[in-house]
Design a protein around this ligand. Sequence first.
Ligand SMILES: Cc1cc2nc3c(=O)[nH]c(=O)nc-3n(C[C@H](O)[C@H](O)[C@H](O)COP(=O)(O)OP(=O)(O)OC[C@H]3O[C@@H](n4cnc5c(N)ncnc54)[C@H](O)[C@@H]3O)c2cc1C
Length: 456
Amino acid sequence: MHYDVIILGGGQAGTPLASRLAAAGQRVLIIERAEFGGTCINVGCTPTKTMVASARAAHVARTAARLGVQVKDVTVDLAAVVKRKDAIVKEWRQGVEGSLRAAGDRVAIIKGHARLVGEREIEVNGERHRAETVILNVGASAAVPAIPGLAEVPFLDNQRLMELQELPRHLLIIGGGYIGCEFGQMFRRFGSEVTILDHNEHLLSREDPEISAALEGVFRKEGIDLALSAQVEGVRLAAGEVAVRTSLGKELRGSHLLVAVGRRPNTGELGCAAAGVELDRHGFIRVDEGYATSAAGVYAVGDVTGGPQFTHTSWDDHRLLFNRLMGQHPRPRSQRRVPYAVFTDPQVAGVGLSEREAQKEGRPYEVAVMQFGDTARAVEVDETAGVMKVLIDPQSEQLLGCRIVGAEAGELIHIFVSLMEAGASARAIVDAEFVHPTFAEGVQQLVMRLKRYAIS
Ligand SMILES: Cc1cc2nc3c(=O)[nH]c(=O)nc-3n(C[C@H](O)[C@H](O)[C@H](O)COP(=O)(O)OP(=O)(O)OC[C@H]3O[C@@H](n4cnc5c(N)ncnc54)[C@H](O)[C@@H]3O)c2cc1C
């Protein structure tokens, strides 16, 4: 069959592109090999955040005495937690598929693994289809590192971990990035013993050290074991347990092992060579500023391009590519600011430059740091853990970047996202009236700790 547009992958960019291109009069085919909604809805953001909510409920109940409230015997029913998660995931997945089907004849849907077989030609379920435009939104999967013995051990990834019906006695996690951190705290709060291993000196190793240290302090206080600067040398089964040998000299043992060391692109079985689509050395699809691949008429969006791997980035890719396909000239993708949040408790969120990045770029900056607990609101609700940091340009006073470890950091960061997008001066935060007592008021206090704004 011939279409105007064929989209491979029904992820965070593919599905809105299909609906919008169809609404714009294009005849679209979208192909998905698993479930519509992709990683985010099925095995990523949605299920993790519903389970993080359950874990937080357990933690709040268990620690309620700090607020003068006695709660006895907190137990977590993992099967019920997973059932709630599955119900939400199912509803959202059906919602995505339903919105595609609502487009009627204008969007053809095929379930199956698609492969590029020639110039803008694809094969799925033994049939070939062609189009003027092909869009690749095939995403990424959990990477499996080359650790001796790993293949002989029944290790878990993000998907399998969220299917467990019984609580692991002791969960070992290889990888202290955001996925390892979110799962580590979640299962600790459910009641498992948890050990997180990472070869870096700190969790969330891309962050400035005091940002990582703030989270590490909380994790240790909650009883999570951290094995940092630990190279994993081998994994084996030992008397029904998983044993991980590390460069720290001791073997760590647990009942379950989660491997969370990053994501690899789903380009292994995609047939990119047949269509002239170039990959980088890690297998990600090379794209230019407008998402064009090396093959004429073929575009790629989302995680598979190797950019920041977030749902909001993939969704924004869809917006920019849609505008481009409609003949507009949206800004180049590299000129976007990409904020992020880690949904630990406290959350970790950032946008723009970290101090380490500013130093690396040789960029002049002024910096202010403030403990999250220095805010009235944080004390009142006993959510004092964390730290905040802001960088501004000394000449223009424009915001360069911000990092927040603290309650609702994922919400607070949008103060900076919006002002940076508007090119505003940090003075806008000083001059604005912030509501008392709020966490946002703490953001204002942070900025007022920059020497030039300090009230003596
Ligand atoms: C545990 C976890 C938690 C996360 N939490 C967050 C979070 O809180 N916030 C956030 O912003 N991001 C989060 N992410 C990342 C986020 O899920 C991804 O960045 C996002 O889903 C990427 O969207 P995408 O459209 O690029 O690809 P995907 O959503 O992965 O979609 C790709 C789709 O393509 C399909 N596909 C692949 N190959 C083929 C083929 N050959 N033929 C047909 N179909 C194919 C796949 O089945 C999949 O449905 C999380 C990820 C994980 C793993």
